[in-house]
Design a protein around this ligand. Structure first.
Ligand code: TXA
Ligand code: MG
Length: 341
């Protein structure tokens, strides 16, 4: 099987792609669709067998819950048993957008969506295409990132085709994702929001929208990832990884950089370097890319860069250590996971 790829950049193509996607999803199938964060592999979230097809296509472990995408506050309420005041504040501020809210699940959500757990992750994405599909379907869409399990998330239709092109019937091409890394996941089941996965919406923005003071802020920003009890199921340590080895380094000058990666350089293996401040010279380091020192621009370009390095056969990817500051938390988290051995 080779996936049908449908463009959406004219009104006619957009309407045809909505109709085709709705027809595939209504008949219980899966379709890869663009969101503002990364491409998602979607299925009817109210249908257990449909969602099982997502797990099968991705090779996803059953203990990893899937995010449910809605396109209205009413549909969000249908998916949860208790729509909390905290959820209301955060949704009012950030939806549609790259924020996933963890809430007690309703009985409309099958076990396979939540990995058997008592909560469901809900998100209202911003692109008109996915919103049109959800409205037309009348049901929410379960959608994890549209990549084989444990590989890089896709930020354009070609990435999806490379990873899943022979395992899904339909890929909708909505161009490059505007955000570029996965949504911020926030547990809003308690009185204080808990960040389970950092993203471009920062802990400080979440705390502010929740009306929290400094003490509450620190609770919200605590333990964004890693090994603490707040860890999200399915947030495996090595995740979001390229095939190449990835190292995060700081270097004083070119000699220092060369010393730190001496084994790879001496074996003549292809080393790719991603910097945001210093650009090493091309004669010593032929594969250097520069992303501006701006967290939003960096997030937008980051996965695309890692996909390119893999496609070009990189053995080692060196990423210049990121600056401090909460607006870099999401990227720091992805780098940590991508560099985990
Ligand atoms: O931006 C995104 O969130 C993208 C797009 C497609 O919406 N989706 C995405 O899905 O990144 P996925 O499956 O690759 O990551 C979802 C993560 C899970 O690994 C899990 O950590 C967390 O969200 N999650 C989902 N449901 C949860 C729940 N009920 N409780 C805790 N964490 C949950
Ligand atoms: Mg994923």
């Amino acid at each position: 099987m080779s996936a049908e790829i449908l463009p959406t950049h004219t009104p006619t193509m957009f309407a045809a792609a909505v109709a085709r996607t709705v027809s595939v999803l209504r008949s219980g199938g899966v379709a890869a669709v663009p969101t503002e964060t990364v491409y998602g592999l979607a299925a009817n979230a109210f249908s257990g067998p449909s969602v099982e097809a997502i797990y099968a296509a991705k090779g996803r472990p059953a203990h990893n819950p899937v995010i449910v995408h809605v396109a209205s506050a009413n549909l969000a309420r249908e998916c949860c048993a208790d729509w909390t005041p905290l959820a209301d504040r955060l949704a009012a501020r950030f939806w549609p957008g790259p924020l996933t809210l963890i809430l007690p699940r309703s009985d409309r959500i099958p076990d396979v969506v939540t990995a058997g757990g008592p909560t469901v992750g809900l998100r209202w994405p911003s692109p008109p295409f996915i919103q049109a599909v959800i409205r037309e379907c009348g049901f929410p869409l379960a959608a994890p990132s549209a990549n084989p399990s444990d590989r890089l998330s896709p930020t354009c239709a070609e990435h999806v085709a490379q990873g899943l092109g022979d395992r899904v019937p339909l890929i909708v091409d909505g161009g490059r994702c505007a955000v570029g890394i996965e949504s911020t996941v926030v547990d809003v089941t308690g009185p204080v929001p808990r960040i389970l996965r950092p993203g471009v919406i920062t802990a400080a923005q979440v705390a502010e929208a929740a009306g929290l003071d400094a003490k509450g802020m620190s609770a919200a920003s605590k333990a964004p990832s890693g090994d603490g009890p707040l860890r999200s199921p399915g947030q495996l340590t090595r995740h979001y990884s390229p095939r190449a080895r990835l190292r995060v380094l700081d270097w004083a000058d070119e000699s220092d950089l060369a010393r730190q990666i001496a084994p790879e350089l001496s074996e003549g293996r292809p080393v790719h370097i991603l910097t945001h401040t210093r650009i090493p010279s091309a004669d010593r380091f032929p594969n250097v890319s520069f992303i501006p020192d701006d967290p939003e621009a960096f997030a937008r370009a980051f996965y695309g860069y890692l996909h390119d390095c893999d496609a070009r056969g990189a053995a080692l990817i060196v990423v210049e250590a990121l600056p401090p500051g909460g607006e870099w938390d999401g990227l720091r988290d992805r780098l940590l996971r991508a560099s985990a051995a």
